[in-house]
Design a protein around this ligand. Structure first.
Ligand code: NDP
Length: 449
């Protein structure tokens, strides 16, 4: 049977774009459908605009530090509208590049919502397309709990397009997005309250990083309250009035929820094609991103394996190699380095101390707590911390963690070593880069007693 396409991709985000262009490079006839903007969460409303805002917000501290280095910084004013307009222009530019990449690779981009109508068919409006293989890469969407008045809350989507910088903002959640946006708004001068329902923010991260980030955020003036949640939201003239689990109330201009993201599978027609999903809506896949239907595949956040852009890209690439170049490649989901662009930032790879204790008979912990050189003259009291976790039996470094200036940049290189399974002895044999914060990773000599 002749199909319209060899591959029909739904969703032109990080995973879908990578899979499309690589498959096309192997000679496949590929179409990618996108209902919103090419680039997906990361480029349009995630990693990229978020990081631009992180840079913007950090200037307030940088101006302070500059004085310690002899600079006199004049009157400082910040214009939110300028930032948002410049950020939007940059996102437009990147979207243009993505479009060019797809066109250059010979991929046909179809605008509109695509719905699966069978194992080999997809409908877009009035049109139905057939394809030998369908790849679902539709990503995820912010989820919010069912709290009375939740319609008055925003998510990170809207936070990137606010008309004005809120003077008082409450952020609900304790994950990546919540801590990143708390830092962003604080740096820009807003009063920030962050509410987290559990005992400590960043559940799943190494406890030393969690505790240190909480301490540093509070030192910067963020009112971080743990063991606390919202029970009701009311709209007021000035903004919102929140009722909290401890019975108190809290007024703010805006409340932002960062309470996780859910796979975008609603109304996608997966039932029609017989594609199995988990109760969360995530598409169930194997190591090769295959669903239970032989012609249907899924990559990225919609599979809820690891919600990170570079992981979606790797999954998309592996899918294209496997299905269109006869080279079976599965994506490894171990030792994935990641960064939280909190202030200070976090870089992490491998096991946490708690995970390592569970997994190995004996472990050694190496750690270093120091003041980054920039802060000596700069005057900031912010500290940095590095930590290595070593399996005593093999000497392998099974976890590396850092919080502090440049941690996000530093962890990528350390990630290679951890992924390669290098030992502490090999770390120690590496010459330090001096003076740097990164050098701590090869200079920690004595294990924690
Ligand atoms: P996360 O899953 O990281 O965090 C969700 C947070 O919301 C948790 O603290 C969770 O608490 C809390 N929460 C969940 N449900 C409720 C509720 N009903 N009431 C109150 N609190 C609740 O999600 P994010 O939204 O922060 O980010 C989504 C994903 O995007 C991340 O998992 C990450 O993979 C990715 N991301 C990566 C970034 C990066 O690489 N720098 C940046 C931003 C996002 P609890 O811990 O108790 O479950």
């Amino acid at each position: 049977m002749a199909f319209d396409y060899d591959l029909f991709v739904i969703g032109a985000g990080s995973g879908g774009v990578r899979a499309s262009r690589i498959a096309s490079g192997f000679g496949a006839r590929v179409a990618v459908a996108e209902e919103f903007r090419v680039g997906g969460t990361c480029v349009i409303r995630g990693c990229v605009p978020k990081k631009l805002l992180v840079y913007a917000s950090h200037f307030s501290e940088d101006f302070e530090s500059a004085e310690g280095f002899g600079w006199t910084v004049g009157e400082r004013t910040f214009d939110w509208k300028t930032l948002i307009a410049n950020k939007d222009a940059e996102i437009d530019r990147l979207e243009g590049l993505y479009n060019q990449t797809l066109a250059g690779a010979g991929v046909e981009t179809l605008r509109g919502r695509a719905v699966v109508t069978g194992p080999n068919s997809v409908r877009m409006g009035e049109k139905t397309y057939s394809a030998e293989k369908i790849l679902i890469a539709v990503g995820g969407w912010p989820q919010m709990p069912d709290v009375p008045g939740i319609e008055h809350a925003i998510t990170s989507n809207e936070a990137l397009h606010l008309e004005d910088l809120p003077k008082r903002i409450v952020i609900v959640g304790g994950g990546y997005i919540a801590v990143e946006f708390a830092g962003i708004f604080k740096g820009m001068g807003a009063d920030v309250v962050q509410l987290y329902r559990g005992e400590q923010i960043l559940r799943g991260f190494d406890d030393d990083l969690r505790n240190r980030l909480a301490k540093e955020m509070r030192a910067k003036g963020i009112d971080l309250r743990v063991g606390c949640n919202v029970t009701a939201i009311e709209k007021t003239k000035a903004g919102v009035l929140l009722t909290l689990t401890d019975g108190t109330t809290l007024e703010a201009d805006t409340v932002m929820y960062a309470t996780g993201r859910t796979p975008n599978t609603k109304g996608l027609g997966l039932e029609t094609a017989g594609v199995e999903t988990a109760s969360s809506g995530a598409i169930k896949v194997d190591a090769y991103s295959r669903t239970n239907v032989a012609s249907v595949f899924a990559v990225g956040d919609v599979t809820d394996r690891v919600q990170l852009t570079p992981v979606a890209i790797k999954e998309g690439h592996a899918f294209a190699l496997t299905e269109f170049n006869n080279t079976p490649v599965s994506t490894e989901h171990d030792a994935i380095p990641s960064a939280v662009f909190s202030q200070p930032p976090i870089g992490t790879v491998g096991l946490t101390e708690a995970e390592a204790r569970d997994k190995f008979t004996a472990i050694e912990i190496y750690e270093s707590d120091f003041r980054p050189m920039k802060h000596t003259l700069g005057g900031s009291a912010e500290r940095a911390y590095t930590k290595l976790i070593v399996d005593t039996a093999t000497g392998k470094v099974v976890g590396a963690h850092m919080i502090g200036l440049d941690a996000a940049e530093i962890i990528q290189g350390v990630g290679i070593a951890v992924k390669a399974g290098l030992t502490k002895t090999q770390f120690d044999a590496t010459v330090a880069v001096h003076p740097s914060s990164a050098e701590e990773f090869v200079l920690m000599r004595n294990p924690r007693p």
